[in-house]
Design a binder for this molecule. Sequence first.
Ligand SMILES: [Mn+2]
Length: 222
Amino acid sequence: MPNKSKTVLRDTSKTARPRAAVETAAPRRSAAVERKTRETSVSVDLALDGSGRGEARTGVPFLDHMLESFARHGFFDLTIKAAGDLHIDDHHTVEDVGIVLGRAFREALGDRSGIQRFGEASVPLDEAVCTAIVDISGRSYLGYNVQISQERVGNFQTELVHDFMKAMTDEVGMNLHLNLISGRNPHHIIEATFKALARAMDHATQLEPRLKGVLSTKGTLT
Ligand SMILES: [Mn+2]
């Protein structure tokens, strides 16, 4: 006898757990940060426990592409708006977006109790492979080993990635090592770098259920 069983879609909406029970399980880890200078005006809305919904409007389209990829692969909900002095060049805007995004992470993490703290990820994009290793330790350090031989990708200066990462690292208060393992195309290299950062930070910012307080024998991560 052939198996005649068939799939029946059942309406489970009435038996499902009430949403409120899930949503009140943990406090919302999020931040909204604004910063205005004579050079730029930047706002960032960040939720650590998001779904990867990213919207970036910085006036620097390549940076928008990278930030939306960062949100997607880190499962962060992220809205970034910036208006900067792009008539000079992209530098102030890219660096200041890094500052405000870093500040948003710092604020959303609070006293950093309960977080995994460490994260590591390697991400390939065709011929490019980049590794990100992060420790959200409260001590700032950037190890940047992402050599890009091309000066630009489209209009975007590839050197600005270093400035963005330095600004963000300093503001979060974290140790970040970015190591390019291989790569030729600058778009691939930078995108693999942002995706690796996203995955490493997703892991490092997640809550460790066995942990009470902060993951430090010193007793503080701020
Ligand atoms: Mn791309």
